[in-house]
Design a protein around this ligand. Structure first.
Ligand code: NAD
Length: 302
């Protein structure tokens, strides 16, 4: 039986995830430094504490859903006057980080938690805000078997798929590898549609071929970057996300960090990161990442 879950980070993802835990009968105590996030969580029935340390103090699981690895490590260790969660939590607390962070940061966070007498699991997600609200997220999990067994029912409440990928940090590794495929394949699909346009091919014709041929991939058949062939794709609603360009750029930067750390010669991943950084700098931050097709078209000769 799980005791209280301290839920730190009640933003776009954390808010609905915490609400789903409450809905399933878990005892949750939330915290977020932003008052609007706290108010939204309260409106969804999530009680909140006055500080992160207060929330963590009485918890058996400390779940973090924060913007970056820096936020996670600072929250764990404390920054300035603020006591760290590792210090505030009772011995043996299970630290469950669902944020998307560097593989090395996840390993560092796990080592710090274990050194402080706690347990650690990394469990980044895919599925976006829609998946968080519907409870259909996929969790990619890194950690010890026993600890993963403890958090599995919690994760299954917030998601529909939980994959134990290996040791500490390997949940993040799976996330970064998957999203590197996604970034590269979305650019490839978009380049093909623009080339098809120049050659006189209709979107429908290219889709009908590629969706059933060797070009088939999620970027084409689910998140199709042109309006029409896939009615639910963001292209049909003026590229409202969906998966925002800023998040794709963030994940590709994590991929590049991992490439540099390991010395892997992945030119496509490196280039995808540059392309999405530029997309964000030129107004694509809150556009769906499939909006990259418009940049490719604009940069092509008329
Ligand atoms: P968000 O910015 O909406 O939420 C993060 C929240 O953390 C904010 O409300 C912030 O105030 C809070 N926070 C910061 N420091 C804190 C602290 N010390 N204690 C408690 N709360 C703190 O971001 P999000 O979209 O919810 O994303 C969260 C994580 O999930 C990120 O790592 C992101 O990359 C990842 N992710 C996001 C999506 C998505 O579609 N939004 C999809 C998959 C993964």
């Amino acid at each position: 039986e799980t005791g209280t879950i301290a839920f730190l980070g009640l933003g776009h993802m954390g808010g609905p995830m915490a609400a789903n835990l409450i809905g399933a009968g878990y005892t949750v105590i939330g915290y977020d430094p932003v008052p609007a996030a706290v108010e939204a969580a309260k409106a969804h029935g999530v009680p909140t504490a006055a500080s992160a340390a207060e929330a963590a103090g009485g918890a058996s699981v400390v779940l973090t859903m924060l913007p970056s690895g820096r936020h996670v490590l600072d929250a764990y260790r404390g920054a300035g006057e603020r006591p760290g969660l590792l210090e505030a939590a009772a011995p043996g607390t299970l630290f469950l980080d669902c944020s998307t962070i560097n593989v090395t940061e996840a390993q560092e966070a796990a080592a710090a938690a274990i050194a402080a007498g706690h347990r650690s699991v990394d469990a980044p997600v895919s599925g976006g805000v829609v998946g968080a609200e519907a409870g259909t997220l996929t969790f990619m999990v890194g950690g010890e078997d026993d600890d993963v067994a403890v958090v599995r029912p919690i994760l299954e409440t917030m998601g529909k798929r939980v994959v134990h990928c290996g040791a500490h940090g390997l949940g993040q590794a799976a996330k970064v590898c998957n999203n590197m495929i996604l970034g590269v394949s979305m650019i490839a699909v978009s380049e093909a549609f623009v080339l098809g346009e120049k050659l006189g091919l209709t979107h429908e014709a290219l889709f009908d071929v590629a969706a059933h041929a060797s070009g088939q991939c999620w970027a084409l058949t689910t998140n199709c970057p042109v309006p029409g062939p896939v009615p639910m794709s963001p292209a049909n609603r003026d590229y409202q996300p969906g998966f925002a360009g800023a998040l794709m750029a963030k994940d590709l930067r994590l991929a590049v960090n991992a490439l540099e750390h390991t010395g892997v010669a992945a030119e496509m991943g490196q280039l995808a990161s540059k392309i999405y950084d530029s997309f964000v700098e030129h107004g694509g931050a809150s556009t769906d990442f499939s909006g990259i097709i418009n940049t490719i078209r604009e940069q092509s000769e008329p």
